[in-house]
Design a protein around this ligand. Sequence first.
Ligand code: ATP
Ligand code: LTN
Length: 324
Amino acid sequence: MQKLFSGVQPSGNLHIGNYLGAVKQWVALQEQSESILCVEDLHAITVPQDPEVLRKKTLEIAKIYLASGIDPAKSTLFVQSHVSAHSELAWILNTIARMGDLDKMTQYKDKSQKEGETTSIGLYDYPVLMAADILLYDTEVVPVGDDQLQHIELARTLARRFNERFGETFVVPEGRIQKEGARIMGLDDPTKKMSKSAPSEYNYISLTDDEETVLRKVKKAVTDSGTDITYSDDRPGLKNLINIYSLFGDKTPDEIVTMYEGQGYGAFKTGLASVISGFLTPFQERLAAISDDEVKAILEAGAVKARAQAEAKMKQVRERVGLL
Ligand code: ATP
Ligand code: LTN
């Protein structure tokens, strides 16, 4: 079985882009993989977080994994900070990572611009911690949205560099993105990816949005000039909406175009909102049914399993590097 690792940070509200780009893949892949799924709280604190909110969000993200269909009997589910080997390996990898590697990172460039003078060293170092997450578990595949591929490339570089210098220790991982869903675009601006830190809530549909909110946001979504429903790169707004329809409705873009032939945006958008809510409503019912205690027990059991694997790898790493 292939070894899989992935995670999401507990910052902000997860949106349908996070679900379609990342979580949905994990659910499908857990059948054929040894999956390790993490709530990346140490990554979240690279920008300021309210401690109470962070604690709540950490549990909520884990519940979202479960409500999406992640099965704790098949996948190991845990919180990053519960396994201290992540921080320890990140430090060791820091000693082989180069400023030149990190200076290139586009996510850092974007986020540090927002943070300005208060940008933390942690934000700069974020991709090294992510490499530590991945490399600790002999990970072969890392399913993510396409914005994370550059970070996975760094994990590959660091694995190779470490292996060359200290002897074969780490598996060189591969990123994996879905053909569709890898990049869901903002509803209010189809030239940029849907993002939970977007300034307007009309950018995204959150996994906790109710039916009425979904309809309101879909109705407001930017479409392009023209009145018919076609699927093409010239009409990026509509193309994005058709992609979302296709992923939630289990239909190909061509089938959707045929369905709405001769009808305008109104009918299409109503149909799209109902397909999205058709997924979200039962999802939210499952989410509400999971108690804090239940999820805490799952995370604790997950940490015990992850710790054992991570500790075995760290023993090897310390030895290779020459730590007494
Ligand atoms: P932010 O935009 O605030 O940085 P985010 O919405 O990108 O946050 P992350 O926690 O960085 O969320 O991403 C979690 C996962 O969801 C990652 O695998 C990422 O690639 C994926 N993802 C994020 N946004 C999208 C999107 N618009 N389309 C597809 N996948 C996405
Ligand atoms: N940076 C990722 C979250 C993340 C991650 C990982 C994803 C942290 N560590 C390891 C895959 C593998 C993001 O989605 N923003």
